[in-house]
Design a protein around this ligand. Structure first.
Ligand code: APR
Ligand code: PHB
Length: 389
């Protein structure tokens, strides 16, 4: 089999890239290890930067997001009992859209179906070959049979645990990693959200986040030690701990209910450079991971896809390869900015076991600066709503 761009991974990065290319007349094949139902069962964050929203509209998949997503022009940070509003509209004239990543992925699958895009699910033993030659190709097995896919380019959109990144020779790859000493326990419940805007809470007992999907679906998180197991946390214990970390007057309005999903995710920052090797281009979680505190994971995947799709279009339509040559450098410049913001907000809002009273004073002063200083508010708002591409 042959295609122009072979895409490994059918998560949001791979699907969005495939859709943008297909709409411009470029052929793709998406190879995904899991079933579609499995991909659509994963619960991830739900905050879209304006750039991501614009890109989804340009890809022609924004209609349901416009109908069902919610525009948020601010969020709250708390310090113990104090609610500090980050007013994005006043600080930088921008907003974010709250719309679940699972829904973005579903919209992309539906749009790909409507144009008859080629997706192969259930592939195993995916291997990349001859990346530094003019004849790159992929081998894989499907239902026990071996297959070969020839292509011009390969997009490695296969997430942190995928094979693409590791196909770049180790001596050409540089990896940067920071692992945080805690995880987030997340709960999804069919209850009205605690508040109309997201609340990120810094509390002596640890971080907590009140988020949402829609008026009858809430998403809540609490920081937990990495040694905790989901089964250690009953729903009642979760609600009690979550309430204790929110300001008392806000927690008084909490409506609890049974959890419909409960999971623990570790927090990590990771970058692998470069994001290109010969015919291979990495996108999204395959090249970088951010802790969820800044809600940047999907948004960084979107900016990578923007740069790569623009480069591929110029290559095929105008025989101009400058965008492909610049891809790694441009994508990484934005990745590192989001890394810094995600690290800053993570460091600001969590309880670190090794923190001294001095470190906690630094958190307090930084939060007070965010409460009172328009320059600090603007910097937060610009980063949260998304730096320009
Ligand atoms: N072969 C084929 N597919 C693979 C392989 C493989 N060897 N390894 C992983 N995959 C698939 C996974 O099953 C998954 O569906 O690649 C996909 C990668 O999707 P994500 O992990 O969602 O990564 P990405 O599309 O870059 O999305 C980035 O979305 O998933 C979130 O936390 C992530 O928010 C971030 C954003
Ligand atoms: C979520 O709604 O799941 C969510 C929102 C904001 C974050 C992280 C997760 O920073």
């Amino acid at each position: 089999m042959r295609t122009q761009v072979a895409i490994i991974g059918g998560g949001p990065s791979g699907l969005l890239l495939s859709h943008l290319l297909n709409r411009a007349g470029i052929e793709t094949v998406v190879l995904e290890r899991q079933s579609r139902d499995y991909v659509l069962s994963r619960i991830r964050a739900g905050v879209l930067e304006r750039g991501t929203v614009d890109l989804l509209h340009r890809a022609g998949v924004g209609a349901r997001m416009t109908r069902e997503g919610h525009t948020h022009s601010g969020c709250y940070l708390t310090h113990d009992q104090q609610m500090i509003r980050m007013d994005f509209a006043a600080a930088c004239g921008a907003a974010v859209t709250v719309y679940g990543q699972t829904e973005v992925t579903r919209d992309l699958y539906d749009a790909q179906d409507a144009i008859g895009a080629q997706h192969i699910h259930g592939v195993e033993a995916v291997a990349l070959h001859d990346l530094d030659s003019a004849r790159p190709h992929i081998t894989y097995t499907l239902d026990g049979q071996s297959h070969r896919l020839d292509c011009d380019f390969i997009a490695g959109c296969d997430g942190f645990h995928g094979v693409s990144r590791k196909a770049i020779p180790a001596n050409l790859r540089r990896e940067y990693e920071k692992v945080y000493p805690f995880g987030w326990l997340g709960v999804l419940s069919e209850t009205p959200p605690l508040h109309e805007e997201l609340i990120y809470a810094n509390h002596p007992r640890g971080f907590a986040l009140a988020s949402m999907r829609n008026p009858m679906l809430s998403r809540y998180y609490i920081q937990v030690p990495l040694s905790d197991k989901v089964q250690d946390w009953s729903d009642a214990a979760f609600w009690e701990e979550f309430s204790a970390r929110m300001p008392e007057d806000v927690a008084a309005g909490l409506i609890t209910g049974p959890s419909i999903e409960k999971s623990i995710a570790p927090l990590r920052s990771f970058v692998s450079e470069p994001m290109r090797y010969g015919a291979l281009f990495l996108c999204g979680d395959a090249a970088h991971i951010v802790p969820p505190t800044g809600a940047k994971g999907l948004n960084l995947a979107a900016s990578d896809v923007h740069y790569l799709s623009t480069g591929l279009l110029a290559h095929y339509n105008e025989k101009d390869s400058a965008g492909l040559d610049d891809y790694s450098q441009k994508a990484l410049a934005r990745v590192w900015q989001a890394m810094r913001f995600s690290w800053q907000v993570t460091t600001l809002m969590h309880h670190f076991p090794e923190h001294s009273d001095y470190d906690r004073q630094m958190q307090r002063v930084e939060l007070m600066q965010l409460a009172t200083n328009p320059a600090a508010q603007r910097m937060f708002a610009e980063n949260y709503t998304g730096l320009p591409y």
